[in-house]
Write a protein that binds this ligand. Structure first.
Ligand code: HEC
Ligand code: HEC
Length: 247
């Protein structure tokens, strides 16, 4: 029974409404949004980063920022009809994985967003702030249909070629680094050792090996091919093989 406990608490999070007595403050929320800025942008020139553009996200169907590659779970939630309200965003940032697990009724659902906002007042305020940002284009944006992947897992792995130029490209290293710190350091990395995963010996690996482990997974190493695009996983390889990589 114990293993169901997280799901039940997530359920309370999703259906329970905000604590009465806490009022929302959009101005304070703008300051809270600094915590989101590592991954999200807002405004006229906003671009997708690790996370999608959040201009006008309140009232927008989940998973619909133009050109952003969402994880399977969030995309499925959008297809199921999820439209962001302030309350839903408040619940989502409490625990993105738990939120999707309850919404999709799938205990394995996970979000690419690994960040959780712990303070309830902050959550209410940041949702109020997001509601003040509007973007007519974003509201009308349709989800980009994911290109159909017809190759098998092994074929994708076999197709990977890593040139020196690709591995040395600062843009690739930057993208990979952002994902490393958003995701991989939960198990790898100086903060996690010793613990959930072996310390990576990056110098010893061929780039193709790193791609295979990340794309396909191995034993307790999760497969990330449903969470990240092939290009993103290639960028992770560039970061792991870069001189600046710190395991
Ligand atoms: C470490 C990076 C990171 C941080 C920090 C972060 N997010 Fe996210 N966020 C993501 C990613 C990645 C996604 C896409 C999730 C997916 O596809 O599963 C996302 C998705 C979202 C979505 C859904 C958007 C949509 O178009 O459906 C909302 C809402 C959101 N984040 C709000 C926030 C707020 C508010 C904060 C700050 C309190 C925040 N995020 C902080 C990475 C982050
Ligand atoms: C949930 C914990 C977890 C997360 C998150 C995680 N890993 Fe792992 N990883 C593992 C475990 C456990 C192993 C060892 C698997 C085994 O050999 O049983 C591993 C192994 C690996 C290996 C092979 C190491 C070797 O010497 O054989 C690579 C490369 C790797 N991970 C990269 C990554 C990257 C890059 C990310 C981020 C996209 C990531 N991992 C995220 C748990 C994790």
């Amino acid at each position: 029974m114990f293993r169901f406990a997280p799901l039940i608490s997530a359920l309370v999070v999703v259906i329970g409404s905000a604590t009465p007595g806490l009022s929302q403050d959009a101005t304070a929320g703008e300051a809270v949004f600094k915590k989101c800025k590592a991954c999200h942008q807002i405004g006229a020139d906003a671009k997708n980063g690790v996370g999608p553009v959040l201009t006008g996200v309140i009232g927008r169907p989940a998973g619909s920022a133009d050109g952003y590659r969402y994880g399977k779970g969030l995309a499925a939630a959008g297809e199921k009809g999820l439209v962001w309200t302030e309350e839903l965003v408040t619940n989502f940032v409490t625990d993105p994985n738990g939120f999707l697990q309850v919404y999709l009724d799938d205990p394995k659902a996970k979000s690419k967003m690994s960040f959780k906002l712990k303070d309830e007042k902050d959550r209410l305020d940041v949702a109020a702030y997001l509601a003040t940002t509007t973007d007519a284009d974003a509201a009308a944006a349709q989800p980009e249909p994911a290109p159909e992947e017809t190759r098998t897992v092994e074929e994708v792995i076999d197709d990977q070629v890593f040139t020196e130029d690709f591995l040395a490209d600062p843009a690739n290293i930057k993208t990979g680094k952002d994902i490393w710190f958003a995701q991989c350091t939960h198990c790898h990395g100086f903060k996690a050792y010793p613990g959930k995963a072996p310390k990576l010996k990056a110098g010893k690996y061929k780039p193709e090996f790193v791609f295979k482990r990340v794309y396909k997974g191995f034993k307790k190493m999760p497969a990330w091919r449903d969470s990240y695009s092939i290009d993103e996983i290639r960028a992770i390889v560039a970061y792991v093989k870069s001189p600046g990589f710190s395991p």
